[in-house]
Design a binder for this molecule. Sequence first.
Ligand code: C2O
Ligand code: CU
Ligand code: CU
Length: 584
Amino acid sequence: MAITGPSCDEDGSVRISRRGFLRASAAFSLSLATVGAGALLRECGQLTDDAPPFPVEGVPAGRASSLIDYASLDPRNPVNFASPLNLPRREGGLFGILDASSTPIDLVARRHEVELVPGRRIDAFVYQVESNGKTYLNPVLRANKGSLLSVRLVNSIGEETIVHWHGLHVDWRNDGHPIYAIRDDQSYSYSFTLQNPGAAYWYHPHPHPLTGRQTYLGLAGFVLVEDEETLDLGRQLDLELGVTDIPLAIQDKRFDDRGNLTYLSGPQEQFSGFLGDVVVVNMAINPALDVSTRLYRFRILNDSNARTYRLAFARGSEGMPFYLIGTDGGLLARPQQVREVFLSPAERVDVLLDMSALDEGDTVFLKSLAFDPMHGEMADMGEMQPEDEAGGMDDAQQDQTMGGMGQSRLREGEEFYLLRLAVRTRVAYDKAIPETLAGFVSIDTRSAGVRPFTLSSSTMQWLINGQRFEIDRTLFKVERNSTEVWEVTNDIVSMPHPMHLHGFQFQVLGRRNSPRQTQVLAIDEEMRLPTDLGRKDTVLVWPGETVRIAVDFSAAFPGDQTYLFHCHNLEHEDMGMMVNYQLI
Ligand code: C2O
Ligand code: CU
Ligand code: CU
């Protein structure tokens, strides 16, 4: 069956006209079962066929004979949480801790087989480093502030890519702007000084418009920067990286019946952003970790393509308070006791959980609480539904598109679990959380100009100030060493957009017209959330909301710099919800 609506751009993106979408949407839902998800995207080079077909001995394809038992992977069922959590280790391996300040690193982006579902080896991507006879996959790059990072990216994934150092203040040649994307077999050298405060930053691909797909297939890792204050905190609380100080990277994935990763099913899903129905923490499905009765630090990164989490710790049905001590770009001035935090794509939170009052045998879950996803655009897209042109889609047809091939079985805003913490050993622990964590200087905005941004949509496009990304077009200029206030307003009929700034961290000044579910979490008159108190590079802007941020554009890099401001819903980004700005 031919899909006639969308076509491929030369750049490999799926181009859809409005009318094309109407037809395509119907064609997609009706043809998925026969054509297979991703056929169109494959045509457009967004999915590859190189992965050898899975050996399926004597099992005919089709839903009834699925090799994947979704019930056993469903994150809504706490019983499913049993696989060991992958922890960063000095010995290397997955998330191995690599001291990045001492030696130049060859970071090879390559194809790699992973076994996410037991017994199913599938094709994915990974960053690999060989160092001192050890192999690291998606290594945790650990370095002290002020040290030099020298990384050579080697591209072996068979398509263009580039690495972006998310959250780090670097010049644009080191920033991984998509204009610097390299082809297969080429390499790109990065060299920069780590100027950022101690915090968990991360690295991921940034070729346009392939960021979503490559990140989804596995390319992402942490950069852990330490400084005086974070090292001090580690000593005071007796924390050890990989043991009691644990980086957690949360992603959601989706499998087809044969256990292969599936990505976008079509334009409609790209428009809202990809949602998986299996939750993967540190590359393990539904993990569990044995803990002892003491305090733990979790540095949580949401490296999902589009899913937002409302994180909380719970013991049975009871929520457990925890301490927010840091955000995207460093420690807070003081710990904030909280019971939940929203974490949108690309955001990080640094939290402390005290389990010293628990008993052996107790279980604590890190979970995502239910929330209103505010994906209002779907309701408003009634006119976009294919009814009139294709006779509509009945429930049965809609059902056919669910699951591995169509949409996610796990809706945005549903409640589910992420990680089981099983208290196994009793230890004596008497360290107290310090009252002050870091010197935190607020950005002085008295002489700052205000720059307004609007986030909106039109004909299956997401727009920033009415514009769609063009790689060589700069939307505005910012004077170096100036301070600006950016006022980002999201349309009322929209969906939440996690807006991310390259080049600089910012501070949230305030929120207006926030939805109820975040208003109730506000801690001051500016309606800021606890997570707004720290240095940020990504901030979630809810439909109808205006978020004001302050940016100090001090930079010592010589020459003009081109940076990005974009939505970190990676499908939105790849669709062009991104702008260039120039620092002059
Ligand atoms: Cu983490 Cu431009 O992105
Ligand atoms: Cu970034
Ligand atoms: Cu968005």
